[in-house]
Design a protein around this ligand. Structure first.
Ligand code: FMN
Length: 198
């Protein structure tokens, strides 16, 4: 199913086509494609090239997938159970060079995940990120040390059948994608003052 952006200005096809479904197919992701997704993340930019991202990859059927699934809140468990890959991004909170707090670790990890979303679109795969998971459970189940913070979980896979979703989720799945207008978001002069460009 396609849900392209209703963009007002031309954008590249991957950004236009990417969206976050909940109906995943019960079909594995090829190993070479999983590798490409993580390679795309590896090459994303980060403050002073710290590369603060660490990933925990679960492949359906393995114990990491089970543990990642276990960290999800009930809402996400309702749909993410079909996803062949679950991926948790864990941020390194301090700079390696001097141990000082890296205020950009979450920003950089989000950016790495964004690169994965576009690489997935490029490969005909779909991603759905989740903030609805237990940081405490993840920390415990994966023995994540101090100084590292689980930030988000991503479901990755092929598109499935929206009829497999509970009714409320199916409605959301079929709804059009909404965005704020650029004029609400782009300021100049001072914060809140719309840019004359939009
Ligand atoms: C950091 C983050 C956390 C999210 N958490 C959840 C979540 O817990 N459950 C869920 O169903 N969707 C979650 N989403 C998906 C968003 O709702 C979705 O990206 C947004 O509605 C825009 O839709 P689109 O990605 O299809 O354009 C999350 C997305 C992001 C980036």
């Amino acid at each position: 199913m396609k849900k392209p952006a209703d963009n007002n200005y031309p954008i590249n096809e991957l950004s236009r086509e990417r969206w976050s479904p909940r109906a995943f197919a019960d079909k594995p992701v090829e190993t070479r494609h999983a590798a490409s997704l993580l390679e795309a993340a590896r090459w994303s930019p980060s403050a002073i090239n710290e590369q603060p991202w660490r990933f925990i990859l679960g492949i359906k059927g393995d114990s990491s997938w089970e543990k990642l699934f276990d960290t999800l809140i009930g809402w996400n468990k309702q749909w993410a159970d079909r996803a062949p890959l679950l991926l948790m991004v864990v941020g390194k909170e301090n700079y390696s060079s001097n141990g000082k707090p890296n205020n950009f670790h979450a920003y950089d990890c989000g950016q790495a995940m964004a690169h994965i979303t576009l690489e997935a679109t490029n490969l005909g795969l779909f991603t759905h990120q989740m903030g609805g998971f237990s940081v405490e459970k993840a920390t415990e189940l994966f023995q994540i040390p101090d100084g590292y913070k689980p930030l988000a979980v991503m479901a990755i896979g092929h598109y499935g059948d929206p009829d497999t979703l509970p009714e409320e989720m199916k409605e959301r799945e079929l709804a059009s994608r909404e965005r704020k207008e650029l004029k609400e978001l782009i300021f100049s002069g001072k914060f809140g003052e719309p840019s004359p460009l939009f």
